[in-house]
Write a protein that binds this ligand. Structure first.
Ligand SMILES: [Cu+2]
Length: 178
């Protein structure tokens, strides 16, 4: 066996193989690193919907008492921007379930989302909006609806017997009707 190892051809072969292996280990690690960084970058910058916690209250009942959550819940904040104050309760979205949320296409909408009872999941189908409605916490997320149509808010966090029927409606109107 030792004769084989000392064979100059074998030695050169092992040397070359080692170089290739080292190169490929480096290339695969680099590929993983690039994919990981690209994924993080896309989530943060491209989607632009990383939810930020707006406020945390010591008393979980406080958000429900705030003025923002008492009225219709839809406030125009500029010529092309709206705030929507969304209260989740078993098993409805206010606004959204009893009365649909109607907004013009192209407007920047910031949703402030909280829960009046248990955990709920605030997801708007067909968009990348997805955040958890937590009692005592007001989370927010901004989104621009580029296409008119009907969007549905669904609860994606199991919250009891009526969970599957916890649906809200968002109607995005065209410019003409807006
Ligand atoms: Cu639910």
């Amino acid at each position: 066996m030792s004769a084989l190892v000392n064979d100059p051809f074998e030695e050169r072969f092992h040397h070359a193989a080692q170089r290739h292996e080292r190169a490929w280990v480096f290339i695969s690690v680099a590929m993983i690193a690039v994919l990981f960084i690209a994924a993080v970058y896309l989530v943060v910058h491209d989607y632009g919907v990383v939810a930020k916690t707006a406020r945390i209250y010591a008393d979980p009942n406080t958000p429900a008492t705030l003025a923002d959550f008492q009225g219709k819940g839809i406030v125009q904040t500029g010529p092309d921007s709206f705030n929507v104050y969304e209260m989740a309760r078993i098993w409805s979205w206010t606004p959204g379930t009893a009365t649909p949320i109607t907004l013009p296409v192209g407007a920047k909408v910031t949703f402030y989302v909280t829960s009046g009872d248990v955990l709920h999941g605030f997801e708007i189908q067909g968009t990348s909006i997805n955040l958890t409605a937590i009692p005592g916490v007001i989370g927010h997320v901004s989104y621009t609806f580029d296409k008119p149509g009907t969007y549905y808010i669904i609860c994606n966090e199991y919250c009891g017997a009526g969970h599957q029927a916890m649906i809200g409606k968002i109607i995005i109107t065209g410019r003409a009707q807006a």
